[in-house]
Design a protein around this ligand. Structure first.
Ligand SMILES: [Zn+2]
Length: 356
């Protein structure tokens, strides 16, 4: 066999072997290794080319063409094998990531509003519908807004009943305190109106935390109040009763009978405690209402002229009503919750039952 035929035979067998290996390559990495083995600078094709030097010069171009053709065949075969493997890999990936859409979904635990916040939102929404405007005030108050302006001067016995948390800031003229009710927002809202050169009508609802040094089944050192007041010309007790009747029926989602019972608050005159027909026995009399058929829900009254005076509103022209209610108390009555402390213990079983 001549030198050139021997080279040609070598190239042919190299090509056949390579094509076989390309077709069997398991993955793209194996194929890459084969490319280096055959077509790389130190690959098998290169080592065959070393034999070309021994050929007579006129035969070299012939074998050169042959080598190039082999190179072309191998390169093409590699490319095809690559495409096949890439398609296979992509199919395998899709198969692995397949989602069974017929499987039932996994339920994600979902957060919700605390029952007190839910109740607070429900209540303020009812007043907002009636046209009352939302207002806010600070939880750290001064004595003027929490007491003095509300007709509870220093040494007034009502101050003692508020069990106030005071801040003992030394060297300050006026003691600061945690507000004991949301009524200071009344003062702030009326002051803001007067300071801005405005005058009533004012119809405001304010909600928020209040603090008293007290703790038992029905008392917590922190609880929530909703404060509602209206000041205008000719505001009467009948307006107060109408607003209360509408609010309480809307909140309890049924027609609840109400009654106003004379009472005393320093900041209202006349003052009344408001009872609703017992929601547990439908007004017939049970253990919870102590057989009376009535349950006390909030305190109310006509704003005391001294309160209007304190903020610079002419009490001979304007009158108003005001009331404040305990959010926790109403939520307890609506949902039959026996112990106020349940709201603050964060027992998830209780919160879940309340839809939180
Ligand atoms: Zn009852």
């Amino acid at each position: 066999m001549s030198e050139i035929d021997s080279l040609k035979a070598q190239l042919k067998s190299l090509q056949d072997k390579a094509l076989g290996l390309f077709a069997e390559a398991a993955d793209l990495q194996a194929l890459q290794d084969l490319r280096v083995n055959y077509l790389g600078k130190k690959g098998e094709l290169t080592s065959v080319l070393k034999g070309v030097g021994k050929l007579p010069p006129e035969e070299r171009p012939v074998i050169g063409q042959f080598v190039n053709a082999t190179k072309g065949v191998l390169a093409e075969a590699l490319e095809k094998a690559e495409q096949v493997l890439a398609a296979k890999a992509s199919e395998a990936r899709i198969e692995a990531e397949r989602i069974d859409v017929t499987l039932a979904g996994r339920k994600c635990p979902q957060g919700a509003l605390h029952p007190v916040q839910q109740g607070l939102n429900e209540m303020t929404a009812i007043f907002a519908q009636m046209g009352f405007e939302m207002a806010e005030g600070p939880e750290i108050e001064d004595e003027f807004h929490n007491f003095d302006a509300l007709n509870i001067p220093q040494e007034h016995p009502a101050r003692a009943s508020h069990d106030t948390f005071f801040f003992n800031a030394e060297g300050e003229d006026e003691a600061m305190l945690l507000r004991t009710h949301t009524s200071p927002v009344q003062i702030r809202a009326m002051q803001a109106c007067v300071d801005a050169g405005g005058e009533p009508p004012l119809a405001v609802v304010a909600a928020g935390r209040v603090y008293r040094c007290d703790y038992d089944v029905t008392h917590s050192p922190m609880f929530h109040q909703v404060e509602v007041f209206k000041v205008d010309k000719d505001v009467s007790l009948a307006n107060l009763k109408g607003v209360l009747q509408h609010f309480l029926s809307a909140y309890f989602e049924k027609d609840v009978p109400i009654r106003l019972r004379p009472h005393y608050f320093p900041f209202t005159e006349p003052s009344a405690e408001v009872d609703i027909g017992c929601v547990f026995c439908n007004h017939k009399g049970c253990r919870i209402c102590k057989g009376s058929g009535w349950i006390e829900v909030l305190g109310s009254g006509m704003i005391h002229p001294n309160v209007l005076k304190a903020v610079g509103i002419d009490s001979t022209v304007y009158s108003g009503f005001a009331f404040g209610l305990g959010v926790e108390r109403l939520v307890m009555l609506k949902h039959g919750i026996p112990d106020l402390r349940l709201f603050f213990e964060n027992d998830v079983r209780f919160l879940r039952r309340m839809g939180a």
